[in-house]
Design a protein around this ligand. Structure first.
Ligand SMILES: Cc1cc2nc3c(=O)[nH]c(=O)nc-3n(C[C@H](O)[C@H](O)[C@H](O)COP(=O)(O)OP(=O)(O)OC[C@H]3O[C@@H](n4cnc5c(N)ncnc54)[C@H](O)[C@@H]3O)c2cc1C
Ligand SMILES: NC(=O)c1ccc[n+]([C@@H]2O[C@H](COP(=O)([O-])OP(=O)(O)OC[C@H]3O[C@@H](n4cnc5c(N)ncnc54)[C@H](O)[C@@H]3O)[C@@H](O)[C@H]2O)c1
Length: 458
């Protein structure tokens, strides 16, 4: 049996940089990947979807010239095969970069295959056993596929990106990140889109006014919504169409479309690992339990990225890599609990989020100062003709530190970083309030917003 200094399972957003980092420190690393280098984000997640979002935006612009004094002749249409080709080329460039980096690195042994444990520090891949004292699990997740939708042969985030012809009517089950990003994108490409969500609001982790504002924007573009979808399931009809059950007691009971995309969350790939052979514990959803330094209950075995349930984003997976690299190689003491939650929702206008929502902040029982400003009052948003949304910042009245912020509006995914940086530096909100920002930007309204903070009346 071959012994390595370290084994990394999965070429995700944590495993890939970790392989190079450990190898750079002179460790002999086995790097096991069952599918593509670069994992979900690069191949079927962030990169392809944001490439599609960009194509969809071009399409949107062709339909919205008049208001800006630009006459764009009718007739623009989406060539999905070309949209796909652009995204395939983008991905291929990055995958090849990783592949070459690995091939050129004499300390990394790439093993193509699915790893599973056969003992505490021993794994089998393609019938061969390897072992190491340090094992890093970075296996990510896959789309959740509830039984009651299987008969309709639904698309998922991977298969929808392989289509070369536009669906006539795309029904999307799940109104969160994946559902909303694909929903707006395919509507802009020229499809009919209906989003079916079981909760009473889309993206229901957010405050109600955020969910309502996003829904309104998408509805203006023609996306249809069916909320409170209590009657689950879908089937194929004899004419090849798809029938998705929505509600059993009010409204039209079903939506008939030509395609259905399931966007109802993800499950960790930990079931492929035979974790019980190593004695590694998971929670009841299959996420590997880790401590603040990402170590599992078995000493020397770590879990990083989506599979540990501590984050569900590329930046959280990458931060897991940074925590391990710093603690293992640079004598650091970085922890998961130091991380401030932040993320973007890449619909148009985008949502940038940091820290708590207003409803979470209220639950802390602290005295709050809150500032809210509509995008329709912001000069740059008006000049761009993109005035949907608003920004809100929540401050702890006692410490003056920012507890959370939501920037829903043009540039919101970038503007949020200014707030995140102050939160990370643990500085009071007055640092931004007293700063001078560039005119005319959306960011220039942050000082004004913070000048006008008001105590939250209960
Ligand atoms: C459609 C979509 C859009 C997204 N957009 C964004 C976004 O805009 N921003 C953002 O921050 N996040 C986004 N995400 C989330 C992001 O992609 C994930 O959080 C991120 O990829 C998690 O990375 P990871 O390191 O945990 O693992 P992954 O990237 O999932 O990689 C895990 C790898 O492990 C391999 N593997 C699994 N089991 C085994 C095994 N037993 N043996 C060998 N190899 C194995 C898999 O093949 C895979 O390559 C998106 C996700 C999706 C699905
Ligand atoms: N912008 C981003 O960072 C981004 C973009 C896409 C995906 N992602 C990641 O991908 C992961 C998966 O995203 P997602 O949107 O699939 O999952 P999610 O868990 O965020 O949301 C699933 C949605 O489906 C709904 N739902 C569940 N079962 C349903 C049913 N039977 N009928 C109707 N609705 C139902 C839920 O109420 C929820 O709104 C997320 O963890 C996210 O972090 C991130």
């Amino acid at each position: 049996m071959k012994k390595f200094d370290a084994i990394i399972i999965g070429s995700g957003q944590a495993g890939t940089p970790l392989a190079f980092k450990l190898a750079g420190a002179g460790k002999k690393v086995a790097f096991i990947e069952k599918e593509h280098f670069g994992g979900t984000c690069l191949n079927t997640g962030c990169t392809p979807t944001k490439a599609y979002v960009a194509s969809a935006r071009r399409m949107f612009d062709t339909k919205n010239g008049e208001e800006f004094g630009i006459h764009i002749p009718a007739g623009s249409k989406t060539d999905l095969a070309k949209v796909k080709k652009r995204k395939d080329d983008l991905i291929q460039g990055s995958v090849e970069g990783i592949k070459k980096g690995i091939e050129d690195n004499e300390n990394i042994t790439h093993i193509a295959g699915t790893a599973s444990f056969v003992g505490e520090k021993t794994l089998a891949v393609n019938g061969k056993e390897i072992s190491a004292e340090e094992i890093y699990i970075n296996v990510g997740g896959r789309p959740r596929m509830p039984e009651e939708y299987k008969a309709a042969e639904p698309l998922d985030n991977q298969s929808i990106l392989e289509l070369t012809e536009l669906p006539e009517h795309l029904v999307i089950v799940g109104g969160s990140y994946i559902g909303l990003e694909f929903g707006q994108m395919f509507k802009r490409f020229g499809c009919e889109v209906t989003i079916v969500e079981k909760n009473s609001a889309i993206i229901s982790r957010e405050d109600e006014d955020i969910s309502a504002s996003i829904q309104k924007t998408l509805e203006k573009e023609g996306v249809k919504f069916r909320l409170n979808a209590t009657c689950m399931g879908a089937k194929k009809l004899d004419d090849g169409k798809i029938c998705v059950n929505v509600n059993c007691d009010q409204g039209e009971p079903q939506v008939i479309g030509t395609h259905v995309l399931l966007a109802v969350g993800r499950v960790p790939n930990t079931d492929l690992l035979n974790l019980e052979k190593a004695g590694i514990k998971t929670d009841d959803k299959g996420f590997i339990k880790v401590n603040d330094h990402l170590e599992t209950n078995v000493s020397g075995i770590y879990a990083l990225g989506d599979c540990n349930g501590e984050g569900a984003f590329t930046h959280t997976a990458y931060n897991d890599f940074e925590i391990i690299a710093n603690n293992k190689l640079d004598g650091g003491n970085r922890k998961v609990s130091d991380r401030i939650l932040t993320y973007g929702l890449f619909v148009d206008p985008p949502l940038g989020r940091a820290g708590m929502t207003l409803s979470q902040a209220k639950k802390t029982g602290k005295k709050l100062l809150v500032g809210k400003r509509e995008m329709s009052k912001i000069a740059r948003a008006k000049e761009k003709g993109e005035t949907d949304g608003f920004m809100r910042v929540i401050v702890d009245a006692e410490t003056k530190e920012i507890m959370g912020a939501s920037i829903l509006g043009v540039g919101g995914d970038e503007v949020i970083s200014g707030i995140l940086n102050i939160m990370t530096a643990k500085q009071p909100y007055t640092v931004i309030r007293d700063s001078v920002q560039i005119h005319p930007t959306v960011s220039e309204l942050l000082p004004t917003l913070l000048e006008g903070l008001k105590p939250l009346e209960n």
